[in-house]
Ligand binder design. Structure first.
Ligand SMILES: [Mg+2]
Length: 227
């Protein structure tokens, strides 16, 4: 089985402040747009590209200029993130995240990422949280604006890294928002919603009809998964 994990709200309790500050610094240095972290607005479930596109449009940046700056923006944001992030993000882990990943790995599950984070930020963030070593592959927020485009990329990489195909009913997308559930459904995959994020309760997630809804990652052990 393959599990594709979201990061913020799922493995970490929320978007760490350094991530917001890094996006703001890169908006300033690449596009000349001055914003503070509070100006970013809602970010849960969104890719960094979608967050950035929304901010650029609101600032009146035309779409061609916005597109032209994106590669520089990703590099500037990742550089800024590495400069300002805390070396240890273990306090940001959601309850039982580390133990749940150990539990899955011990049962032979393959683990990957489907996250809206810029790739370099994702790996840096998981490294600082002590969780990166569990993950062999992923798809990231600097590879597409729409989250729905990410699971197919993750599946291609999983085939390369793990050396086997995973049938759609053997793949679970795990995340804390309706957008995580939707992106799994869009690719015909199974979905597990976990209510550890800052915005969505168990009841709210249940209303989105994922295959399973759990309070935190320890509850993975209670699900009827063929592990
Ligand atoms: Mg999330």
């Amino acid at each position: 089985m393959l599990f594709l994990f979201d990061i913020d709200g799922t493995l970490l309790r929320r978007l760490p402040p350094a991530h917001r500050r890094a996006l703001c610094e890169a908006l300033r240095s690449v596009y000349g747009i001055a914003l503070e972290s509070v100006d970013l607005g809602p970010t849960a479930g969104m890719t960094d590209t979608a967050i950035t596109s929304r901010l650029l449009a609101a600032a009146g940046c035309d779409s061609r200029a916005a597109e032209a700056g994106l590669t520089s923006f990703y590099t500037a944001a990742a550089d800024a993130y590495d400069r300002i992030v805390d070396a240890d993000l273990s306090a940001y882990r959601t309850p039982h995240a580390a133990e749940a990943l150990e539990w899955l790995a011990a049962r032979g599950a393959s683990l990957g990422l489907v996250t809206g984070n810029i790739q370099r930020i994702a790996w840096s963030k998981l490294g600082a949280a002590g969780l990166a070593r569990h993950f062999g592959c992923g798809a990231f927020g600097d590879e597409a604006e729409a989250r729905d485009a990410l699971p197919p990329l993750a599946l291609v990489r999983a085939r390369e890294i793990f050396g086997r195909d995973f049938a759609p009913d053997q793949v679970y997308v795990v995340g804390d928002t309706p957008a995580d559930i939707a992106c799994g459904v869009a690719s015909g995959l199974r979905t597990i919603a976990v209510a550890t994020g800052p915005e969505h309760t168990l009841e709210h997630l249940r209303a989105c009809a994922p295959d399973f809804v759990i309070a935190d990652l320890r509850d993975l052990e209670t699900l009827p998964l063929p592990l």
